[in-house]
Design a protein around this ligand. Structure first.
Ligand code: CA
Length: 152
């Protein structure tokens, strides 16, 4: 590639690198849409949707690569995570009734609030393995999934 006129070659390389970086981010942006079903409206509060991109950080609170706080207004919510780089993703949901941004547990560690994971029809008591439920999202992919909340 020819350097821009009047610019040292190294500076030109840096400019081209930045342009390539910006372009590749636009080109590779993917989207993960999800429909939350089975919401118990009477419990009020909000639904926290956390997006995890790595087996090492899933499902630890605070390690989400993106997160949404969704007000509970009906028994279904449609939302999406946009502008995602290609990768593997899992969505974790928590119906945070008391809005303390955390799951509340009862006797023997039983979850007291509704929860769900992408890739599962009937959320198990413990979070499923990342690899079992992860989405493989490629460049420009738009994927849609349904996650049913579970209340114990
Ligand atoms: Ca809570």
């Amino acid at each position: 590639m020819r350097p821009f006129r009047g610019m040292p070659h190294r500076a030109t390389s840096l400019v081209m690198f930045i342009i390539t970086l910006v372009m590749s981010q636009n080109v590779s942006a993917a989207e993960l849409k999800f429909r939350i079903t089975g919401i118990d409206v009477n419990r009020g509060g909000t639904i926290l949707a956390g997006l995890y991109a790595s087996e090492d950080t899933y499902p630890k609170p605070g390690y989400e690569v993106a997160g949404l706080v969704l007000p509970v207004q009906g028994d279904q919510i449609v939302a999406s995570f946009e502008d995602l780089p290609p990768g593997n993703y899992v969505i974790g949901l928590l119906h945070d009734e008391d809005q303390d941004l955390a799951m509340d547990y009862g006797f023997l560690g039983i979850p007291l609030e509704g929860y769900g994971f992408s890739g599962t029809k009937n959320a198990p008591l413990f979070p499923p393995q990342f690899r079992q439920v992860a989405f493989d999202l490629e460049s420009n992919d738009v994927q849609t999934t349904e996650i049913q909340l579970k209340y114990l």
